[in-house]
Design a protein around this ligand. Structure first.
Ligand code: GH3
Ligand code: MG
Ligand code: MG
Length: 335
């Protein structure tokens, strides 16, 4: 049902609208929806004066479409009564969206009964304004909205930092053991669905203890960082690299069969060993040994890792600075 509430005169003279701050924060993306062209034009005008540049919608469905855009709007000012999807329905839908991005929903309506206000807030509106629009009230409420949004954004950013810290290794900035094992698990599930093969590569720096013993632990740390950086530039964006242990690295290379994974491993071996690494006043070649294992039939992460570890052990035993490919445990992996 279309709203027949005339927006009425704007109270709080437009001439009194305070100037936007001299150095405004980046403008928030905003959607305003109203089926009354007059109300919409008035809101657009007022919001423009307050420094906003809203996207407008003449019905609920169009507003909902705008709210689902990739560049999600942060504030939605919604008329309650609109044909098709009402503002209150949009509030309910907004609250069902994932909380990657918070949309601050304001209902703007001629409905001013207590029970209506309660219903609107219960549907998920963060704020409730009644028509006719009072420009000073609108501005004050937008200041509240911005304060909450700013706080939300800080919380989301802090959560992202914590998530990143929980899955990454501080020294090398690679995934940590938990992070890379999650990638193994995910890739295993994906390859079960797609029947596509994928490989893991376990790599271990040769005689790393000697580097620590000769140049000290801090230089050892620098070498770890440099080796990690060289490994990273050898892989594609959809490969995962993690620090599996002290001087051991684990790579997950989706879509790679055994010979392709062997080539990746050899590329890494050459990138690490091909150019000496600075250690204090001198520089020295550092080599790495690698074990490759390819998933071709049902297996577990443990079996996969254990097979890659056996291949790595063989590479160490056969003289280091080399890549060996897994000879799979019987019945688990086909080579
Ligand atoms: P191999 O060729 O058989 O792999 O010999 P290796 O010396 O590399 O292996 P070993 O396991 O004997 O020694 C690994 C060393 O790595 C011992 C440990 O102190 C060192 N290490 C582990 N984590 C770190 C770290 O975060 N920083 C530094 N500097 N050293 C580390
Ligand atoms: Mg080692
Ligand atoms: Mg080791």
């Amino acid at each position: 049902m279309a709203s027949n509430v005339f927006p009425g005169p704007v109270t709080g003279a437009v001439a009194h609208v305070p100037e936007p701050p001299a150095h405004p924060a980046p403008p928030l993306r905003m959607v305003v929806a109203d089926d009354s062209a007059l109300s919409l034009a008035m809101m657009q005008h007022l919001l423009g004066k307050l420094g906003f540049n809203p996207q407008v919608a003449r019905d609920g469905a169009s507003a909902w479409e705008l709210l689902q855009a990739e560049d999600v709007p942060t504030i939605a000012i919604l008329d309650w009564m609109m044909p098709g999807m009402e503002g209150i329905d949009i509030c309910r839908r907004i609250r069902q969206l994932s909380h990657q991005h918070y949309i601050y929903a304001m209902l703007l309506t001629g409905k001013s009964e207590k029970k209506e206000i309660i219903e609107g807030l219960q549907a998920g509106a963060d704020d409730y304004m009644t028509k006719p629009i009072n420009v000073e009230e609108l501005q004050a409420r937008l200041v509240v909205a911005q304060r909450i949004i700013h706080f939300q954004e800080e919380l989301f950013a802090a959560r992202e930092v914590l998530r990143n810290q929980a899955s990454h290794d501080y020294l090398t900035q690679l995934l940590n053991r938990g992070g890379i094992m999650e990638s193994v698990q995910q890739e295993l599930s994906r390859s079960r669905r797609t029947r596509e093969s994928f490989s893991v590569i376990l790599a271990d720096i040769d005689h790393f203890k000697q580097i620590n013993d000769t140049f000290g632990h801090l230089t050892g740390d620098d070498v770890l960082f440099e080796v990690a950086s060289r490994i990273k530039i050898c892989v594609r964006s959809y490969d995962s690299v993690g620090r599996y242990g002290g001087e051991e690295f684990l790579l997950v290379v989706p879509g790679c069969d055994q010979s392709q994974a062997f080539q990746v491993a050899e590329k890494i071996r050459q990138a690490v060993g091909g150019t000496p690494i600075r250690m204090g006043q001198t520089q020295k070649a550092v080599t790495i040994s690698l074990g490759v294992c390819t998933r071709t039939v049902e297996t577990s992460p443990e079996a996969l890792l254990s097979a890659a570890d056996s291949a790595l052990y063989l590479a160490k035993k056969s003289g280091r600075n080399r890549t060996e490919v897994s000879s799979a445990p019987a019945g688990l992996l086909k080579t």
